[in-house]
Structure formats: C-alpha cells, structure tokens
Design a protein around this ligand. Structure first.
Ligand SMILES: Nc1ncnc2c1ncn2[C@@H]1O[C@H](COP(=O)(O)OP(=O)(O)OP(=O)(O)O)[C@@H](O)[C@H]1O
Length: 299
C-alpha cells in the first residue's frame, strides 16, 4: 500500500490473455471495496516465452503431412513440451477434424485470436475454425497470407513449440512464412515413391534457400500389413525416403506404416499418438528426435 493506493504485482506466466484479464478484474473488484483503498493498480508480469516455429511440409498433397503434424504435436506434448498447432493449409484445413475441434470458433482478445484448446492438451488454430472451407478456396494469395499471419501471431500463451501444418508445394503461403515468420526448422514428409520424393526434394530446396534448417525427413505410408492374411506389402515402395535422405545428406527421422487404424483415427479426431499402440510408438520415436533437435539448438 502506498497511501490509499493498493499496488498488486502478479506473476501471470502461463496465463492466456482472457485468464489475465479475469485475474486482473477479480483483484480490482475485491480490493476496490476494501477499507482504506481509494485506488487499485495491478501489474501483470509474465516471462517472455521463447517460442520456436517448426514447419511440417511436403512436396505433394495427400502424403500425410497433416496426420504427421497432429500426431507429432500430441507425442511432443506427452514428452513434456508445450505445443501448439497452426493449420496453414488454408485451402484444405484438416486440423479441426484431426484434433476434434470442428465447429468451434476462436475468440479474439486485444485483437489477437485465442487458440482453441483440445482434449489432447494441444491448442490449435486453423482457417477451418474461422470460415467454411469453400470460402477460403476463393481467396487470392495475399488474403491467405494475411489469414496465416493472424493464426501465427495469436495469443499462444506458454506454448514453446508451434508446429505449422503447411499446404503442400512451394506457393505463396510457404514464401510468406519464410519472409515473415521464418521457421526455426522444417520437417519434410513424403511417401516412398519417386514422384513424391522429387517434389519433397523441391520443397526441401525452398527451405534451404530461405536458410531454414531441415530437421529431417519422415517416410509415411510405408509397408501395409494385410488385415486378412497378415502379409506385408509396399504399395508405394519402402525405404525410398531413407535413401533420399542419405543422398541429400539429411537426417532420416523415421517411418510410419500405411495402416487403416491411422486413417480411421484421423477421421474420428483421435490421434493414434494419444494411445498406446504400435502407431503411437512410431510417432513418439520421431517426436523424440525432434525434441532432441530442439534441445540441441537451444543449448
Ligand atoms: N500412415 C497412414 N496410414 C493410413 N492412412 C494415412 C496415413 N497417413 C495419412 N493417412 C490418410 O491419408 C489421407 C491424407 O492424409 P493427410 O490429410 O494427413 O495428408 P496431407 O499431406 O496433409 O494432405 P493435404 O495435402 O490434403 O493437406 C487422410 O485420409 C489420412 O487419414
């Protein structure tokens, strides 16, 4: 107390903008009626979070980039990191379905969007939370880029790793990311066949040119085990991504099998990485390599 003025300093680390506002109001209300207090001043202090942006990209569409992003986020969360997901796939947003947040609309506090919480402890923001997918399809490049900036500059609170699910290819959104929100690193995902790999190498070149370190390559949809006879076949080949990583002198982060359970889990908003099955282990191993990379870079 200084005279009739009550000054309260609050450690607001980890609180979202909405929570900060609520705490501040509560203190003002309860102290405002106290005897001898004519004025209440509240100072909300928070440590600045060192947040790193990791882009998940692919050369081609449909190779499992969104599936990998969601499951990596959930697996990283289980390893103890504070993770958020931005769905930058403006023209085909799938994170609302994958993280079971479809139909929810983010609030805006102080001109910033507040990410949507999920039951997996991973908050996310997607253009799919803001407009109907068909609406975004009609957007020109600058609108898509503006929307992406709002998602990334949102009130991410204590999130320390932001995974960005990029649209496939090397278009406007990727270029604007490199210019305005340069990722700290990129993970590339590809299926094993040559055509996908050529495109993945091109996406890799874009990051390379932009000075974004490529953390490594992930092979998705490798090795399909027939649920009837148990025999394993490789519809898209196997090992192609690991071989390409070797040729490009990039780390190979791991392989996710082609598995019907992964597709069904994605459609029902239950990321396999949140469970205890074989798929969860595959995603966890890749997440561990990413966590190791983050720790090394921070050192
Ligand atoms: N390892 C896998 N096994 C089985 N199905 C998979 C696997 N990975 C992804 N899928 C399925 O393949 C489809 C495409 O996956 P996803 O949407 O993750 O790809 P994407 O590269 O992000 O596509 P887009 O370019 O449309 O954004 C989805 O139906 C998903 O459930």
């Amino acid at each position: 107390m200084i005279g009739e003025r009550a000054i309260v300093v609050v450690d607001a680390s980890g609180l979202s903008a909405g929570e900060r506002d609520a705490v501040e109001k509560k203190i003002e209300q309860s102290l405002g009626v106290a005897e001898g207090v004519a004025e209440v001043r509240v100072a909300m202090m928070a440590d600045k979070v060192e947040r790193r942006i990791i882009a998940v990209g692919s050369g081609k569409g449909g190779v499992g980039k969104s599936t990998l992003t969601t499951n990596l986020a959930v697996a990283l969360k289980r390893l103890g990191l504070k993770v958020g997901v931005v769905d930058a796939d403006i023209y085909g947003p799938s994170q609302p379905k994958l993280l079971a947040t479809e139909g929810q609309k983010p609030q805006a506090v102080d001109d910033k969007l507040v990410p949507i919480a999920s039951k997996y402890g991973v908050p996310s923001l997607s253009i799919g939370h803001l407009v109907k997918p068909a609406q975004a399809l009609a957007w020109r490049g600058p609108m898509a880029v503006g929307a992406l900036a709002q998602l990334i500059d949102a009130d991410w609170g204590d999130v320390e790793v932001l995974l960005i699910d990029l649209p496939p290819g090397t278009g406007d959104v990727q270029l604007s990311m490199l210019q305005k929100h340069k990722p700290d690193g990129a993970v590339l995902v590809s299926t094993p066949q040559d055509l996908a790999l050529i495109d993945a190498a091109r996406a890799g070149q874009l990051f390379d040119t932009g000075g974004v370190p490529i953390i490594g390559l992930v092979e998705n949809m490798a090795g399909y085990q027939c649920p009837h006879c148990g025999e394993t076949s490789d519809p898209f080949g196997c090992g192609g991504v690991e071989a390409a990583a070797g040729r490009l002198e990039l780390p190979f982060l791991g392989r996710i099998p082609l598995n019907m359970a992964i597709r069904i889990a994605g459609d029902s908003g239950e990321p396999p990485a949140a469970g205890d099955g074989e798929e969860a282990a595959a995603f966890r191993d890749i997440a561990q390599k990413l966590a190791d990379w983050l720790a090394r870079e921070a050192a």
